[in-house]
Design a protein around this ligand. Structure first.
Ligand SMILES: Cc1ncc(COP(=O)(O)O)c(C=O)c1O
Length: 450
């Protein structure tokens, strides 16, 4: 397989671990390799297997539809797309009721950017540094993580503003985040004012003053940044940003690719945690539990602007995808997964926070529900990122002890914890014990080297 991969598969794709994992089977929060070794999956195929690997109900629904009808294209009517669109739209607030079905998160964000430009007749789109919105030429523009950018002129019409990262950014304190765990930085802000938020809003205003015309097409942001490791903005930032964007004629796009479908626990959608209603919402990943599908939901006015010309894709909303999507929504509801994200996620965050207090190399623990980041540092004083080779060693140790976790951050320094939403507190106890052992080993290696 390694040979085939080298010869026939995109060399841009990388694998985790010294010896890549060869996985054969999955069940709910568990994965099994080719030798039958079991792993607790804290990465869920990159925050995608929301309801659990091979969830029995979703699998049964897909199997039934496979024997009935795979594909028609949307030139004809078929029941699943209508059932699904109605069900999905019912989960969004007014006036977000028009659903477009696409094949990937990048395609969804592509479409959202197109809608913003066609609807406003403006061009410029602003995003936050540190965000990931896709790998297509169009979405590489607002994506602002250097290692995902190609020299292909994708940033035309896209401007970025400073990431309101209250741990690593220039401003941040001990009250800023909507999370059970705050940063180790101190501040003297009262609970109803946030210096960091004001400073990051100033940065956005500066972007308006210096980089874009008076009128813009839109602003795209994830409610919590996923790829860089659950970076959360200060409370109130997104609300003010939305207002400033709308004052300039722009529409607000919420990229819910990682934050949607109950993962943040407090709400079904991440934007709800910020008290805002976007004009366009994009979603992917957990939407299909691993089935390649995605969606954009917007209001009728924006949809009719796009309808002045044809917009079409072959597979979007096909019967199989919509059947899977419907079964996923049912599973989230029936299995109480949003509530589980809140309860188990909060428990996990607080347990990880204890590790942060115990180990010098754990700089920050953050997130909401089951969207968690553990940022590794050389020491808490400087907050210097732990070298990525060392983070990789810790990750390797975790894997050898039966826990798979993701990694991200501008310096690959942050563990990304976004498991299937069905994990339990017992799983968390196991994961925390594994991390504790891996951090301890790291500290021993460090002491031996000094
Ligand atoms: C927040 C966010 N938006 C968009 C995308 C792009 O989705 P896809 O990989 O399905 O194209 C991703 C993928 O990781 C993502 O995390």
């Amino acid at each position: 397989m390694v040979k085939i991969r080298k010869q026939n598969i995109s060399p841009s794709l990388f694998t985790f671990y010294k010896k890549p994992l060869l996985l054969h089977q999955g069940h709910m929060q568990w994965l099994f390799d080719f030798e039958g070794r079991r792993y607790l999956d804290l990465f869920a195929g990159i925050a995608t297997v929301g309801v659990g690997h091979c969830h029995p109900k979703v699998t049964a629904a897909a199997r039934k539809q496979l024997g009935r009808l795979w594909h028609t294209s949307n030139i004809y009517l078929h029941p699943p797309i209508h059932e699904y669109a109605e069900k999905l739209a019912s989960l969004l607030p007014e006036p977000l009721k028009v659903v477009y079905l696409t094949n990937s998160g990048s395609e969804a964000n592509d479409l959202a950017m197109l809608m913003a430009r066609v609807f406003t007749r403006n061009f410029d789109i602003i995003s936050l540094r540190g965000c990931y919105h896709g790998g297509s030429l169009y979405t590489m523009g607002p994506t602002a993580i250097g290692h995902y950018k190609q020299a292909a002129g994708s940033s035309f019409g896209c401007q970025t503003t400073m990431s309101p990262d209250v741990f690593r950014g220039p401003w941040g304190g001990s009250h800023c985040r909507d999370s059970p765990v705050q940063t180790i930085r101190k501040c003297t802000c009262s609970p109803d004012s946030c210096h960091a938020k004001n400073q990051y809003v100033e940065q956005l205003k500066d972007t308006f003053r210096t980089c874009v015309p008076k009128a813009i097409a839109g602003f795209i942001a994830e409610p919590i940044q996923g790829v860089v490791g659950a970076v959360q903005y200060p409370k109130g930032f997104l609300k003010e940003a939305y207002q400033l964007v709308r004052e300039r004629g722009g529409v607000c796009i919420a990229d819910e690719v990682q934050t949607g479908f109950g993962r943040t626990g407090s709400h079904f959608w991440g934007f709800q945690g910020h008290g805002v209603v976007p004009d366009i919402v994009t979603m992917a990943k957990s939407i299909g539990n691993g089935f390649p599908m995605a969606a954009v939901v917007t209001r009728a006015e924006i949809a009719s602007a796009l309808a002045q010309n044809l917009h079409f894709n072959t597979y979007g909303g096909n019967p199989l995808a919509c059947t899977v999507g419907s079964a996923v929504l049912d599973a989230i509801e029936e299995d109480g997964l949003q509530k589980n994200c809140k309860e188990v996620g909060t428990y996990m965050l607080l347990e990880f926070a204890k590790l942060r207090d115990q180990f010098e190399i754990v700089g920050d623990v953050r997130g909401k529900g089951l969207l968690i980041g553990i940022e590794m540092v050389t020491d808490k004083e400087t907050r210097e990122p732990l070298p990525h080779e060392e983070v990789a060693e810790i990750m390797e140790d975790c894997k050898d002890m039966g826990v798979i976790v993701g990694r991200g951050g501008l310096f690959f320094q942050t563990f990304r914890v976004k498991p299937p939403m069905c994990i339990t507190k017992e799983d968390v106890d196991f994961a925390v014990a594994v991390f504790r052992a891996a951090f301890t080993r790291h500290m021993e290696r460090r002491a031996a080297a000094n």
